[in-house]
Design a protein around this ligand. Structure first.
Ligand SMILES: [Fe+2]
Length: 313
C-alpha cells in the first residue's frame, strides 16, 4: 500500500544455511554457530557412483528410525512375510529368506550412535553381521552396507506425521581400480508407495519397510507396546534420545554435532568388508525399492571392477 514504507525491510522469509555434498543439499535449522556437516564415509567415496530415492511417508520419523534398532523384525517382515508373498505369486521360495533366523542380537553405543549386531543361524560372532554390525548414526540415519555398496537412509521429520525419507545409495569401485567413467550428476527419483490397484508395493525390500512403518499409524501408539527381550535396542535408543535431549537443554552439543572441520571430514564408521567369494552373485545392480536407477548401467560398470578382485580370491 505504501511502497515507500520501511516495514518490508523488517520482514523476510527465514533462510537457513545450506551446503551441497555428493548430490544432496543439507540445510541447518539450528542456532548459530553453524556446526560442520558430517561427511559420513560413503558420502566421501571418490571412485563411486550414486543414486537417490525419495519417499514422503505419512508417519512420524521416530517409528522409522526405531525400526532400525530391531534386528529381529527382518525375520518376520522380510523373511516370513516375503516368503508368503512369494507363495502367493507361486514363485519358488527363496532359501536365503527361510534361513534368516536370529540366534543372538547385541547393541553397542559408540561415539556416533549405536551398532546393532546379529548372529543368524549358521553364522558366528566372527561373521560380519556381528563383527562389524550395522550402525545407526544418531539421530536419524541408518547405514547398511560394505565397502562395495552401501545405503544411508535419512529419516527427516517434515512435521509430526510426515517423514521425508532419503535412501542414498553408493557403489564404490574395487580398491586399486579406477571408475570406468565419471557420473555426471547424481540421479534421483520418487518412490511409489502404492501400486495401480491402490495396494502397498511390497515386492521390493525397502517398500516392505515403508509399509510396516506407515501401517503403525501416523504416530505409533506406544501405550499398546509390550517391549520384550528382542526390543532392547529400541529401549537403548530411547534412553540415548533422553540423554541427548538433556544435553541440548543444558546448552551442550548433542552427539554428532561437529565443531571442527577435521572431525567432520570422512567420518569413518568401520563398515563391513566385502566377503570375498561370497558377493560375486550379487555384484549387479538391483533396486532396493520401487523404481529403477537411471544410472544402472554405470552402477554395473563400477561393480564389474570387483569381478576381477572377487574371481582372483
Ligand atoms: Fe527392512
Amino acid at each position: 500500500m505504501r511502497p515507500e514504507g520501511r516495514f518490508k525491510e523488517k520482514c523476510g522469509i527465514a533462510g537457513y544455511p545450506v551446503q551441497e555434498m555428493s548430490g544432496l543439499i543439507f540445510a541447518y535449522l539450528g542456532p548459530a554457530p553453524v556446526p560442520y556437516l558430517p561427511r559420513w564415509e560413503p558420502l566421501e567415496w571418490e571412485n563411486a557412483v550414486r543414486d537417490i530415492a525419495i519417499t514422503v511417508l505419512p508417519c512420524n520419523w521416530l517409528q522409522c528410525q526405531e525400526n532400525s534398532l530391531d534386528p529381529v523384525y527382518v525375520e518376520w517382515l522380510h523373511a516370513y512375510y516375503g516368503m508368503w508373498l512369494q507363495s502367493q505369486r507361486q514363485e519358488l521360495l527363496s532359501r536365503a529368506l527361510a534361513e534368516q533366523h536370529h540366534m543372538d542380537i547385541g547393541f553397542d553405543v559408540f561415539e556416533h550412535g549405536i551398532i546393532k549386531r546379529r548372529v543368524l543361524k549358521g553364522y558366528t560372532q566372527e561373521d560380519d553381521d556381528w563383527k562389524y554390525g550395522h550402525p545407526i548414526l544418531f539421530l536419524n540415519i541408518l547405514l547398511v552396507g560394505n565397502q562395495m555398496n552401501s545405503t544411508l537412509q535419512f529419516r527427516v521429520p517434515m512435521d509430526d506425521t510426515h517423514t521425508y525419507h532419503i535412501s542414498y545409495y553408493a557403489w564404490q569401485s574395487a580398491p586399486g581400480s579406477e571408475m570406468p567413467r565419471r557420473q555426471e550428476r547424481v540421479p534421483y527419483r520418487y518412490v511409489p508407495l502404492k501400486d495401480d490397484q491402490g495396494g502397498y508395493v511390497t515386492n521390493v525390500l525397502f517398500n516392505q519397510d515403508y509399509m510396516a512403518w506407515m501401517t503403525q499409524g501416523e504416530i505409533a501408539d506406544r501405550t499398546l507396546e509390550k517391549l520384550g527381550e528382542s526390543d532392547k535396542g529400541i529401549i537403548l535408543f530411547r534412553k540415548m534420545l533422553q540423554e541427548q535431549m538433556a544435553i541440548a537443554e543444558d546448552g551442550g552439543d548433542p552427539m554428532n554435532v561437529f565443531r571442527s572441520e577435521e572431525a567432520a571430514r570422512n567420518v569413518r564408521i568401520g563398515i563391513e568388508q566385502v566377503k570375498f567369494g561370497d558377493k560375486k552373485l550379487f555384484a549387479r545392480y538391483f533396486p532396493g525399492e520401487a523404481g529403477y536407477s537411471t544410472d544402472a548401467e554405470l552402477v554395473d560398470e563400477v561393480l564389474a571392477t570387483w569381478d576381477k578382485v572377487l574371481t582372483e580370491v
